[in-house]
Write a new protein. Structure first.
Length: 328
């Protein structure tokens, strides 16, 4: 790595560590910074050449042009700083995401002033990239109103992670000055394990205590034991894949799961029996199985190191299982 770039990253990490974490940030003179852009430095160099030429050749129109451009740049500097100063940033706590996917961060920008704000960019500051390489989402904020932006963050691995530092930037109106702030949110993001791309079929069901024998799970994930549909059967008990096969064959037969057969077996997702070589691969396969069983409306239990969840179904049961695997 370039030593200058490495030093810049260390200084940035040191500076970020000094900032307090908060989910709501109001921008003021203490947390808003301003520096000329490359275009601004080029303008300053051009003004210097114009001033030297005007002095050398005693050009009154040269003086007029030089000071007119310089005055415009100074006014633009104040407008650019005021465009960001006074803005309120609020982060909505993010929803859990799977490892390897992009987490969406919802940021609301509030403006209490009577003037609209133009060209506001918000983005995530990457640890390995310079600030200029940050990908920004741009928007305008209406007067005495608010707008919401979404920025994406590629989560690295499973677990509970602190959110990275964010930045808000503006170059309005001339682009000769860059005004920015650095914001460290206090919210945390729960990252579930990445589901396996092509998982094997669900494991066989285990017999419940008091029932002999075992029941199996087919490659489609449906338990054995189905019967003809009866009026009053809930829709979740209908085996829709078998019904689709009947419709394709020209029949209108519906089949439902046999409740008695279902009561004799339990679907357990056990990390010791999933067949993956290491812990991360096992969690990835279990995650895929949890999502598969949840889509099919099956009751399923989960066994992971140190935790066991009894068979159940529904969004809350799925969230508990995925959270336990994320923190395993």
């Amino acid at each position: 790595m370039n030593p200058l770039r490495a030093l810049r990253q260390r200084l940035r990490r040191w500076f970020h560590a000094r900032l307090p974490r908060t989910d709501t940030l109001v921008l003021n003179q203490r947390n808003v910074y301003i520096l000329p852009t490359r275009a601004g430095w080029m303008l300053a160099f051009t003004l210097l050449l114009l001033l030297v030429g005007s002095i050398n050749y005693q050009l009154n129109l040269g003086y007029l042009l030089t000071f007119l451009l310089a005055g415009s740049a100074v006014v633009g500097m104040h407008i650019c700083h005021a465009n960001l100063r006074g803005l309120a940033l609020h982060l909505t706590p993010p929803s859990p995401a799977h490892a390897g996917q992009a987490a969406s961060l919802d940021i609301r920008l509030g403006n209490e002033r009577a003037k609209a704000r133009y060209g506001i960019g918000v983005g995530v500051i990457a640890e390995s990239a310079s600030t200029d390489d940050t990908h920004l989402a741009w928007t305008d904020v209406p007067s005495q109103g608010s707008t919401t932006l979404q920025v994406a963050w590629a989560v690295p691995r499973r677990g509970l992670h602190e959110l990275p530092a964010l930045t808000a930037v503006t170059l309005f109106p001339l682009g000769t000055f860059r005004v920015w702030t650095v914001w460290r949110p206090a919210a945390q993001l729960l990252v579930y394990p990445a589901p396996e791309s092509h998982p094997p079929p669900l494991p066989p069901g285990e017999p419940q205590p008091g029932f002999a024998g075992s029941a199996s799970v087919q490659s489609t994930g449906e338990f054995d034991g189905v019967r003809a549909y009866r009026r009053g059967d809930p829709q979740k008990s209908i085996v829709w894949k078998k019904a689709a096969q009947s419709f394709a064959a020209g029949r209108n037969d519906l089949v439902s799961r046999d409740a008695l057969s279902t009561q004799r077996q339990q679907l357990w997702l056990d990390h010791t029996r999933c067949g993956a070589p290491d812990l991360e691969a096992r969690l990835s396969r279990l995650t895929a199985w949890v999502l598969m069983a949840d889509r099919m409306g099956l009751d399923y239990g989960l066994r992971i190191p140190g935790r066991e969840f009894l068979p159940d179904q529904g969004p809350s049961h799925r969230s508990r299982c995925l959270e336990a695997m994320a923190l395993c």
